[in-house]
Ligand binder design. Structure first.
Ligand code: PSU
Ligand code: MN
Length: 338
């Protein structure tokens, strides 16, 4: 059963890591609507490795029941590395840092119509006691709040195509300036403008590090986007050292580790590119591209339909891979930080 987070445990969390989300006084003055899973709380208190996982990918990114199976397998993969998984989500207006199996199933089934939660949605959704899936942006916030240093997911949001006119730029990017967390992802999908996304991350001062033999920045379904990362590393110790140096310097921003999809799961040929172009064109024609937060889930679903599920298979494989790498980085970081 969930431990109700006490004023004491919140203040001990905030003593370990300065809060970037809010002032500690406002957190400690009322009952905070956050429950840290006992296993996660225990790992954090003892300096054991923990990996945060998002839940928008479960509630909005993949169809049910594949979404649930994916989420369970990803937790198991994190465990196989010696790290503790903390899937983050909102259940009846309470932030769960580490979901119980029944809560995970409830969010995945969408029976309570969970909302997609970015930073701007957090307080309204909690105040109205909603269920919700946390995007990269809100998962970063709660990971940072709890003192979790690594977060593994599939795709980060970015600058949408045409973003120079629409200003549709994911809140995920800006959040990486505020949360000292290493975000492990398979890069950015080509439904987005990858070049502008990287430019924007440079402007924001977010380190981008390819986790590969080369500097190629991966494009989610494919190992190369045609763009380069400023840095590359190829083992978990090197990733952990970067995170550790940032902590020593007291830097408040996060880091993007971009891990290419394993070769055998890469989507080859023109199939995917065509599906993406078709989905983008349809989103323009039908006006979906003006729907704000619904744009990304719609494009993901449509690309899945147009590739008859091939994109979904790859999506699962790449998330499993980032979870593995994330778990390994968390283990190395825990050694440095202890
Ligand atoms: N890309 C994916 N799958 C996803 C998402 C992005 O391949 O599930 C989700 C993530 O939760 C990400 C969010 O943080 O979409 C970005 O949404 P938006 O573009 O509306 O900021
Ligand atoms: Mn958007």
């Amino acid at each position: 059963h969930h431990m109700h987070i006490s004023v004491r445990s919140i203040s001990s969390i905030s003593r370990r890591r300065p809060l970037s989300l809010t002032h500690r006084s406002s957190l400690t003055s009322h009952g905070v609507p956050i429950d840290v899973h006992p296993e996660v709380e225990d790992a954090l208190a003892n300096g054991h490795p923990v990996v945060a996982l998002e839940s928008t990918i479960i509630t909005h990114g993949m169809p049910y029941p594949t979404s649930l199976e994916m989420a369970q397998s990803v937790e198991n993969i994190v465990r196989s590395t010696g790290s503790i998984p903390a899937t983050i989500g909102l259940v009846e207006g309470r932030v769960k840092i580490g979901l119980q199996p029944t809560e995970l199933a409830r969010l995945a089934s969408r029976s309570t119509d969970p909302v997609k939660l970015s930073r701007r949605d957090i307080a309204p959704a909690i105040a109205s006691r909603k269920d919700g899936g946390t995007t990269c942006s809100s998962t970063l916030i709660f990971a940072a709040l709890a003192g979790i240093k690594i977060f593994a997911t599939g795709g980060l949001g970015g600058v949408h195509r045409g973003g120079e006119k629409t200003m549709d730029i994911s809140a995920d990017l800006h959040e990486l300036t505020r949360c000292p967390v290493g975000l492990v992802s398979a890069g950015v999908k080509s439904i987005l403008d990858i070049g502008r996304t990287l430019e924007y991350l440079e402007t924001l001062g977010v380190p981008v590090v390819s986790y590969a033999e080369s500097n190629d920045f991966p494009a989610f379904y494919t190992r190369k986007s045609g763009f380069k990362s400023p840095w590359s590393i190829d083992d978990p110790q090197a990733a952990a050292r970067i995170l550790y140096v940032q902590r020593q310097l007291g830097m408040s921003n996060g880091i993007l580790f971009a891990v290419p999809i394993p070769e055998k799961h890469e989507v080859h040929g023109t199939l995917l590119q065509e599906a993406i172009e078709t989905a983008l064109r349809e989103s323009e024609e039908t006006g979906v591209s003006k729907l704000g937060k619904d744009v990304t889930p719609w494009l993901l679903k449509r690309v899945g339909e147009l590739t008859s599920g091939k994109s979904l298979e790859s999506n699962i494989a790449l998330v499993q891979n980032t979870a593995l790498v994330g778990g390994q980085i968390a283990v190395e970081y825990a050694k440095l930080a202890s």
